[in-house]
Design a protein around this ligand. Structure first.
Ligand SMILES: CCCCCCCCCCCC(=O)SCCNC(=O)CCNC(=O)[C@H](O)C(C)(C)COP(=O)(O)OP(=O)(O)OC[C@H]1O[C@@H](n2cnc3c(N)ncnc32)[C@H](O)[C@@H]1OP(=O)(O)O
Length: 156
């Protein structure tokens, strides 16, 4: 993971305004996804205002983190499946087709969260990932993301 550039830093400027992962969105979460062995990883520390009930993180934020780490992981997996680097063409750009989230335990505020992704399937334009969120080393949320490569019409 050290010295790796996150996949989101390969997205072109005009596609980097996503609220979850766009580096050009000043209000967004700026999620960054990397390989860590066969898994993907991302870290995020919620702010005090990302609160649900006192002391715990808002579930919508957690879903958002899973969403963008899922699409980032999909892009990483697609390049890996073709044995290509993310700076080669054609570029892989994914959007979320399906997002399933299970909140297993309350997620505490005030600590860094770790997201880990497992690549379940890479097939055609579709990549399925399973993502976990851990706080203090304990999994509190798990999710499944079906990401699909954006059709050209999406970008017009
Ligand atoms: C802009 C660049 C940014 C790139 C850089 C920025 C990234 C930011 C990403 C942030 C994440 C988001 O929030 S993205 C925003 C939220 N998402 C969206 O707005 C997407 C809206 N939905 C769509 O536009 C469309 O439904 C698509 C593109 C997702 C899929 O439509 P399609 O292209 O016609 O796909 P289609 O051929 O039918 O299906 C392809 C394969 O995916 C499967 N599939 C399709 N939908 C689903 C589904 N809901 N659940 C399960 N599986 C599904 C199909 O079974 C098929 O599998 P098989 O038969 O081949 O096995």
């Amino acid at each position: 993971m050290k010295n790796q550039k996150p996949i989101q830093d390969y997205y072109p400027d005009e596609l980097s305004y996503c609220y979850g992962c766009g580096r050009n969105n000043e209000y967004g979460h700026h999620i960054k996804s990397y390989w860590d062995g066969d898994e993907t990883v991302s870290h995020f520390t919620p702010k005090e205002y990302h609160i649900a009930i006192p002391g715990y993180v808002y579930g919508g934020l957690l879903a958002s983190l899973i969403d963008c780490h899922g699409t980032g992981s999909a892009a990483l997996a697609a390049y890996k499946a073709e044995n290509r680097q993310p700076d080669t063409l054609p570029a892989f750009r994914f959007v979320t087709a399906s997002l399933q989230v299970d909140f297993l335990k309350p997620t505490p505020l005030g600590v860094e969260l770790e997201l880990r992704g497992k690549i379940v399937e890479v097939k055609g334009r579709k990549v399925i990932t399973e993502i976990t969120v851990s706080a203090n080393g304990e999994i509190t949320v798990k999710g499944k993301v079906v990401a699909v490569q954006v059709p050209e019409t999406f970008l017009k």
